[in-house]
Write a protein that binds this ligand. Sequence first.
Ligand code: ADP
Ligand code: MG
Length: 314
Amino acid sequence: MPGKADRATRVIALMNQKGGVGKTTTCVNLAAAIAATGRRTLLVDLDPQAHATLHLGVEPGELSERNRGSAYDLLLDPAHDPANTLIEVRNNLSLIPSETDMAAAESELGALPERHERLRSALQRLESAPAGGHEFVLLDCPPSLGLLTLNALAAAREVIIPMQAHFLALQGVGKLLETIQLVRRQLNPSLSVAGVVLCMHDAQTTHTREVVDDLRGFFNAAREQDVPWRFAQVYNPPIRRNIKLAECPSFGQTIFDYAPWAPGALDYRKLGEEIVREWDTMIDMIDARDDASPLSEAEITVLRGSLGATERSA
Ligand code: ADP
Ligand code: MG
């Protein structure tokens, strides 16, 4: 019997205004890991560098030859059919690609109405059409806090922050959380921070352990506050530094295509399972309720808090 889960889509923005922290690597391999569990997954590449698009083996330059649109078309033309931009890249995994024109989108959007809500309405149109029906949508953001990232934050339900456990990275996260807070107030009241994924992780050093402890302490101190990171967690497992993860993009392959038994594949596979398990728990709670209304944001965050607590005590 189809449950209410059929109607729920978990939209997650992978965001950090710093470049080179592991956003794209996490977006691509996490999406592939989730898809491999059998869930229909969509990755939207919002970075003009189109790294996620290339990582999945799609040449942005060939899109127009193939008569396909990109995220750029969706942002600039509200009449563009989102289904025209979808590319099936793997089993259960579709891509809305980026192209270099996206760099212009940032400034062109500035002059347009509803410039923050364009991705949100495109995704709503897509998900209610036959081509939609994705259970997970992952948004790969550019390394900035401009209009492309704001579109992602307006369209998402949750944010995952990929970062490296360095002292200076923590300071950047403060700025990022402020932005999320602002977006929640002005554009998207249901936005929350799901947590941090530690990338290129080296658990051996004291410095790393101190930074991770600081981060956990910071999130724990927010449990009683009305902030979007109230129930954020540091996800397990951290993603170890693994050269295979750096090699596979140049072959247009995910880590599961390229080196399925490398440490990077094991880490992303586990992380994918964790993200799916977390979501299933929420969906079970929705299905267990008598009325048809989905969980409120408060219930979801409380639930995430209890999941986070399990993770912390584990
Ligand atoms: P961002 O999208 O935040 O700019 P990327 O995901 O592109 O960051 O990662 C930056 C660089 O680090 C890329 O060359 C990528 O292949 C590499 N990289 C990312 N994660 C790992 C990892 N766990 N181990 C080794 N290299 C990694
Ligand atoms: Mg990137």
